[in-house]
Write a protein that binds this ligand. Structure first.
Ligand code: IMP
Ligand code: MG
Length: 176
């Protein structure tokens, strides 16, 4: 059990399970994108750790770009999403794989999808570490999922509670 600010969390997905799931998804990505020179688009801040481990397993040619989405304050979604590209991204005619830490309501993802479409990429797919299936309110398919999870607040391996806990190497769940 760990304490982050005023909340207690317990381990939900240990490190070895995360690594195994990433190896599996990377193998799928290699099959589909191994010779396509895709652009992995890491959604900051939460996906930094997942994206790093995922890309180490992807052995084909690929670029990585970073985009910052800000939509979540404290423990509930605010609905409004802003995007800031980290450096100029060349999205036109690219096969893009959006790399997310977690898909919850899906609002962030749909907003990002709309944003990306304006740059006429060749294709856009989504790869997420965690998917809160029961909270999902959109119809956009989530193409690559490492774990479907409970609809509870999660922490660690990139995910934060009020800015803290991102550095934890395993995924934790709120202990309530
Ligand atoms: P959505 O727009 O509701 O799908 O939420 C997307 C964003 O909210 C994610 O990229 C996370 O940054 C954040 N988020 C959603 N659920 C959690 C959680 O359980 N823990 C930490 N952050 C979360
Ligand atoms: Mg995020």
């Amino acid at each position: 059990m760990i304490q982050v600010k005023d909340k207690a969390f317990r381990v939900y997905i240990p490190q070895d399970e995360i690594s195994a799931a990433i190896a599996k998804v990377s193998a799928q990505l290699m099959e589909e994108y191994g010779d396509k020179d895709p652009l992995f688009l890491c959604v900051l801040n939460g996906a930094f750790m997942f994206c790093s481990d995922l890309m180490k397993e992807f052995s084909g040619p690929a670029e990585i770009g970073f985009i910052k989405a800000a939509s979540y304050e404290g423990m509930s979604s605010t609905g409004k999403v802003d995007f800031h590209e980290a450096g100029k991204l060349n999205l036109k005619n690219r096969d893009i794989i959006v790399v997310e830490d977690i898909v919850d309501t899906g609002n962030t993802l749909v907003a990002l999808h709309e944003y990306l479409k304006k740059f006429t990429p060749r294709s856009v797919k989504v790869c997420t570490l965690l998917f809160k299936k029961d909270a999902y309110q959109q119809s956009l398919p989530i193409d690559y999922v490492c774990f479907e999870t409970e609809n509870k607040f999660l922490l660690g391996y990139g995910l934060d509670y009020d800015g803290y806990g991102r550095n934890l190497p395993e995924v934790y769940i709120l202990n309530d």
